[in-house]
Design a binder for this molecule. Sequence first.
Ligand SMILES: [Zn+2]
Length: 84
Amino acid sequence: MECDHEQGKTRLLTTCPACQKKIFLNQILQVESKKLKEESAGSMITLTMIHGTKPNRHALTLFIDNNMKVRGTQVSSAVIVSRK
Ligand SMILES: [Zn+2]
C-alpha cells in the first residue's frame, strides 16, 4: 500500500472498474500534465488510456473535473493497440 503523505500528486483518483487497479494522480500527470491543465480550464475533460496488461488490456476513460476529481469511469474491452 502506498503512503498518501504527498497530498496531491499521489492522490488516489479512482479504481479501475475492469481490473481493480488503483489509479493515482501522478500516473496521469506523467502522461499529459500540460494538456490536462489546458483542457481542464473551466470544464470537464476526458482522458482515455490503455490500461492493464496483456491479454487483459482495456481502454479506460476517466471523466475528470477541473479539481482533478474523477466524476466517472468507462471501460471498453474492445481495444485495438496499433503499436507494439
Ligand atoms: Zn484497468
